[in-house]
Ligand binder design. Structure first.
Ligand SMILES: C[S@@+](CC[C@H](N)C(=O)[O-])C[C@H]1O[C@@H](n2cnc3c(N)ncnc32)[C@H](O)[C@@H]1O
Length: 248
């Protein structure tokens, strides 16, 4: 997939998330993905853990529709929920019942600190006791060793190999072409109309500005502990990309 060219740590990071689920969550389990996009992590979970069910949440109706269609054969094990994590009411859109694990990949760095604090309190209520949060994302530490790392992926400047190898123009072209192809599909017209209302702008989408400052690893850790999670642990790291886990 084209995202490998801009995000060279993606494969290893995703594998670390899946390994953590395999080692720490007993099957059958119920997972929630925050910011699923078109469902690449959803697909990996469904295939790796044949007895899991996944509820995918995203604010983009087009990406949800693409994911739902691509994974139709798993429809009995999936639900695709349109909701904005910045709105306090988002949990009311979820199907009832607690979750064993909440995962996220490259999404939470879009959220402001206050939203993250509220989100973790909400996850504390949605997860069963002993349940896990597993977040693989750009999580820069305030500690000195991290100061040299680059900007988050959402600022439009890629990390590591992609920056050195000039991966962005290639990524940008594939990404824009992907959106143009989707937007000319008549069966996605309703989803695009819905998207235009929720996320107004041109297609291919321009990059939205992220939060004023990307939340640090320490902010995530403190917010999780303040929300009542028992402990946090960094399970994997490449530069400022990390997989952070927390136990409820
Ligand atoms: C970089 S993509 C990552 C998609 C997927 N998790 C992956 O790793 O391939 C970020 C996703 O987060 C979603 N997103 C961003 N802000 C959101 C919000 N406030 N509520 C719900 N989803 C959000 C975007 O629509 C997008 O699908």
């Amino acid at each position: 997939m084209f995202s490998r060219s801009i995000d060279p740590t993606r494969r290893d990071r995703t594998e670390a998330i899946l390994r953590a689920i395999g080692e720490r969550v007993r099957s059958p389990f119920r997972a929630l993905e925050l910011g699923s996009g078109p469902g690449s992590l959803v697909a990996r979970m469904l295939r790796r853990f044949p007895r899991c069910r996944v509820v995918a949440v995203d604010t983009d109706p087009v990406l949800l529709e693409v994911g739902e269609r691509a994974l139709r054969r798993f429809r009995r094990r999936t639900a695709w929920i349109l909701a904005d994590l910045r709105e306090a009411t988002w949990p009311s859109a979820l199907p009832p019942g607690r979750f064993d694990v909440a995962v996220s990949s490259l999404t939470l760095h879009w959220l402001e600190a206050d939203t993250l604090r509220r989100l973790y309190r909400e996850l504390g209520r949605i997860l069963r006791p002993g349940g896990l949060v597993i977040d693989g994302d750009f999580l820069p530490s305030r500690r000195p060793a991290d100061r040299a790392v680059g900007p988050p992926p959402t600022t439009g400047r890629p990390e590591g190999a992609a920056r050195r190898g000039g991966g962005l123009p290639e990524f940008q072209r594939s990404w824009e072409a992907w959106w143009v192809t989707l937007s000319s599909d008549p069966t996605l017209r309703a989803a695009f109309r819905d998207r235009q209302e929720r996320l107004p702008g041109r297609i291919p989408p321009t990059r939205e500005p992220g939060p004023r400052a990307v939340a640090s690893l320490e902010l995530h850790e403190h917010a999780l502990l303040d929300a009542g999670f028992a402990r946090t642990e960094v399970l994997w790291r490449a530069g400022a990309f990390r997989v952070l886990a927390a136990v409820r």
